[in-house]
Design a protein. Structure first.
Length: 266
């Protein structure tokens, strides 16, 4: 995991649910701090990293969605109002769109009631939900999902009921455990050096460490990322993030859209 104190060059290459976001600041992403100070080094502006992260276009929501399909809402306004209950006239809070790393603000939908959506929020405490007006978002269906089993050190990606990827992973230590719960991918970040501690890509999730209020200058966001230490995959090694093989995360980048649900269990 990494904090908002580390700043990398940002270039948004996609701005919708049907395309993953690349090239962000490490604040919302994930990975452990490098001992050689790499976390504080800016990317060379004369050789900006390039990424092609287009997925298949997301479809509009059908009347009934298949088993294993989730609904994802992308915010429309620049300041997204969040309500405590459906029908409220005044919002209880608001979130910036795009987010602090330049990613479009998205939510995983939990429930729909008429013109209102109950959504998971990318805020503390983990599991927080709020209501948004359907008119304020674009809703699409997403067949992809991720299941993470901490004790087994496994990550499984599904497209509907079909397994797309089944991978060993590194997870949080006993002192800094990976929190269980329901989360979703809120952004895709590309570190400046693909052979660094975060690997070539890092998915920022909507959840946070339960024991670290801040990490590396940021707020302890958890994520899924590559690694330059593949030998520790399969162990409890991180500050809460999920580490996987670089080759594996490269398989996911062209496929997974923002808003993909992530279920983390013991």
């Amino acid at each position: 995991m990494a904090g908002h104190g580390c700043r990398w060059a940002v270039r948004v290459v996609a701005g919708s649910l049907s395309m993953a976001l690349a090239l962000g600041a490490c604040g919302g992403g994930s990975g452990e701090a490098s001992s050689d100070g790499e976390r504080d080094r800016a990317v060379d502006r004369d050789r900006p990293a390039e990424a092609t992260t287009t997925t298949a276009p997301a479809t509009t929501v059908p009347a009934g969605i298949p088993e294993g399909t989730s609904l994802v809402a992308q915010a429309k306004p620049a300041t997204m109002p969040i309500y405590a209950a459906p029908g409220d006239e005044q919002p209880a809070s608001s979130l910036d769109n795009p987010n602090e790393n330049g990613a479009p603000l998205v939510f995983l939908v939990k429930e729909r009631q008429g013109n209102w959506l109950d959504v998971y929020l990318p805020v503390r405490p983990n599991g927080s939900t709020g209501w948004v007006r359907a008119a304020d978002v674009t809703v699409v269906s997403n067949p992809y999902s991720i299941d993470i089993a901490l004790a087994a050190h496994r990550l499984v990606v599904r497209n509907g009921e079909d397994v797309v990827l089944d991978e060993p992973i590194g997870v949080g230590t006993a002192q800094t455990p990976t929190p269980g719960g329901v989360y979703y991918i809120k952004e895709l970040l590309q570190p400046p050096e693909p052979d660094g501690p975060y690997g070539p890509y890092a998915y920022g999730l909507s959840g946070f460490s339960n024991v670290l209020d801040e990490f590396n200058g940021g707020d302890g966001v958890i994520g899924i990322h590559g690694t330059n230490q593949p030998e520790v995959i399969g162990t409890d090694v991180s500050h809460g993030c999920i580490r996987m093989r670089n080759e594996a995360i490269l398989e996911l980048v062209p496929v997974l859209p923002l808003g993909t649900p992530v279920h983390i269990t013991a």
